[in-house]
Write a protein that binds this ligand. Sequence first.
Ligand SMILES: NC(=O)c1ccc[n+]([C@@H]2O[C@H](COP(=O)([O-])OP(=O)(O)OC[C@H]3O[C@@H](n4cnc5c(N)ncnc54)[C@H](OP(=O)(O)O)[C@@H]3O)[C@@H](O)[C@H]2O)c1
Length: 295
Amino acid sequence: SLFKSGGGTGFVGGALTQLLRNRGHEVKHVSRHPGKDRITWDDLSRVGLPPCDGAVNLAGENVLNPLRRWDESFCRDVVASRVETTKTLAKAIAEAEWPPRAWVIVTGVGYYRPSPTAEYTEESPGGDFDFFSCLVKDWEAAAKVPGDATRQVVVRSGVVLGREGGAIAQMLWPFRLGLGGPISSGCQPFPWIHVGDLAGIVSHALEQEGVHGVLNGVAPAAPTTTNGDFARALGSVLNRPALLPVPGFVVRAVFGPERATMLLEGQRVVPKRTQESGYRYSFPDLPTALQNILD
Ligand SMILES: NC(=O)c1ccc[n+]([C@@H]2O[C@H](COP(=O)([O-])OP(=O)(O)OC[C@H]3O[C@@H](n4cnc5c(N)ncnc54)[C@H](OP(=O)(O)O)[C@@H]3O)[C@@H](O)[C@H]2O)c1
């Protein structure tokens, strides 16, 4: 089968593309830049969605880019790169003569209010309290396609761990130098997933006819993992101490207060519907995931 993926050129998209191709599917990307096996967003708006079996959106300006200041123009890019691309794909799906059978977007667990104690399943409320939660609500609303020709799935992802990008790529050097450690108290929940499992859940959602609605994209061990657990596990795999806490004021100074909450607070997210849907994790616990990433 043929799948189309917006933002498929990125960190998660790379893992998903490889997994789908290994499973015998053909994959093409929707990108800002033309190239082999790609169409651009302009092409998509102009000529519509070419016939395909599934569509995925993974596009999004990197929120934790430390080189970009948190100002109005950055916020606009963060929102538009997610909500507008999702609207463009949803519109193309709605207007397609042969609509895809499945349509999957990856949003975030920022939908749920950070708390050291509350546990969230896919049915829990959210989406109504800060910039990121409202962004996820608008992003998921933008994905809605009328009718039932196309099965719709939203994967709310936690912090994605992998070798090629995301949080670990940003933290590896400080940890290698023995300068890594928990963020602030380290007691905040750390909702994580291995990139191979996030790609696995998206592929499962594309292929399994019964899967629909929201799936939490976190590991089964994520609800009981704290930021301190993560720092210790990473230090131990790297054979380095992970004792130096990064103070909250440093995180706020580098990222600005809005983004700092993503690092200084967290949510205990349970992948209830994901497991009920029959998805089998390859990396259910942190030692297994980190061993695989850093080997
Ligand atoms: N990584 C995480 O920890 C994490 C956690 C939760 C949710 N997510 C979500 O999962 C999705 C994929 O994450 P990722 O880590 O794979 O992202 P990524 O590698 O940073 O970026 C994915 C792709 O988005 C496109 N893109 C970037 N900036 C854009 C802009 N301003 N306008 C339009 N397109 C833009 C790029 O594709 P082109 O250059 O080809 O256009 C890029 O390859 C994102 O929506 C992200 O919000 C990620």
